[in-house]
Ligand binder design. Structure first.
Ligand SMILES: [Cu+2]
Length: 349
């Protein structure tokens, strides 16, 4: 893969043809025949898409969508990663164990990327606390380079993980401890130098701080827009939501008509200044950085700079298939495209 340009890789993987054909197919989907439509999509996938599927055995983008504080892990495994203890004031002490480890990951059928990971996955596990909780993260560096964890949010300077003296050497350990604030949609990522390299290799994850008065119940989904520079030319060859190119084209995100759907959208794409999400057939409310209870705007397309985040809320009115993708067509053609499958009874208002 080393000498492939972005364009020749695109041709090789068949992304251009696949994404283009799938896009046309999905646009033709009628909301009245969701089942037939999904069969057509699958058929299109087989006949025109990249050959094969990425195994979900080590990382499942769909499971990652709805996994908070290791909620999808087997109990024994979860206990090693996460523990919560009540405190006298009613808040929680939330303790995490995060290990940096080098691991090769599959980002598109047959395309492997030599990642640096938090707990073996890209993105790292989603951490979630309530405003005022105490967060304590034991970070162990089992990777081959110095790393840190830099959290977005309020914290004292010695917890920042950004200066040369903050670097945790291979084999080393550091404990980050701070109060979870403000409420919002935040990030954590390695801040060792060169930063660009440490970030795009996969050392990032989502850090959600809930307001003390919780947001309304919703079907909550974490979507991380990321990209991969597979030939190390400081340009991405593959784009995705939750790491695996086109995953949600093959395995649409299932939602219920009428239910509140809340998307935690995070942009960690390196090398490109911006990324975006466009959702077909509907509009959504945008809460920028998740730091307000009232929405900032209502739109069908949100653009995020590197590292920027937004919470999106919507309700599907119609059953059927709805496409979502980056509105940068090139990103969409290189893997950043997916489908929702809404189930239930049509609600016109
Ligand atoms: Cu690093």
């Amino acid at each position: 893969m080393r000498n492939l340009s972005r364009r020749s890789l695109l041709k090789l993987a068949g992304f251009g043809a696949a994404a283009g054909a799938s896009a046309l197919n999905a646009r033709a989907v009628s909301v009245q025949d969701g089942e037939a439509a999904s069969a057509r999509l699958q058929h299109a996938g087989h006949t025109m898409g990249p050959v094969g599927r990425v195994s979900t055995e080590t990382f499942d983008p769909a499971a990652y969508l709805r996994s908070f504080n290791g909620s999808r892990l087997p109990e024994a495994e979860r206990e090693r990663f996460y523990r919560q203890t009540p405190r006298p004031d009613g808040s929680l002490l939330r303790e995490y164990r995060i290990v940096a480890v080098d691991r090769e990951i599959e980002i598109a059928p047959g395309i492997f990327f030599p990642a640096w990971t938090f707990n073996g996955q890209v993105p790292g596990p989603t951490l979630r606390a309530t405003e005022g909780d105490r967060v304590k993260v034991t970070f162990v560096n089992q990777g081959s380079h110095p790393h840190t964890i830099h959290f977005h949010g309020w914290h004292p300077p010695e917890m920042d993980g950004a200066l040369p003296e903050h670097q945790v050497m291979p084999g080393g350990t550091f404990v980050y401890e701070f109060d979870a604030e403000p409420f919002g949609l935040h990030l954590y990522h390695c801040h060792a130098v060169p930063l660009k390299r440490h970030l795009h290799k996969g050392l990032y994850g989502v850090f959600i701080v809930d307001p003390k008065t919780p947001r309304p119940p919703a079907d909550e989904l974490v979507m991380v827009m990321n990209g991969f520079d597979t030939n190390f030319d400081a340009d991405n060859e593959v784009y995705a939501v939750n790491t695996v190119a086109n995953h949600f084209m093959h395995d649409p995100i299932r939602v219920r008509v009428g239910d509140l759907v809340r998307i935690y959208l995070v942009n960690v794409t390196e090398f490109d200044l911006i990324n975006s999400l466009h959702l077909h057939g509907m509009f959504f409310d945008v809460f920028r950085t998740g730091t307000a209870i009232a929405p900032h705007e209502t739109t069908d397309l949100v653009m995020l700079c590197q590292g920027e985040r937004a919470i999106l809320e919507t309700r599907f009115r119609y059953p059927g298939s709805f496409m979502f993708h980056a509105h940068q067509s090139e990103f969409a053609e290189l893997g950043w495209m997916g489908m929702f499958q809404a189930e239930g009874v049509r609600r016109d208002t």
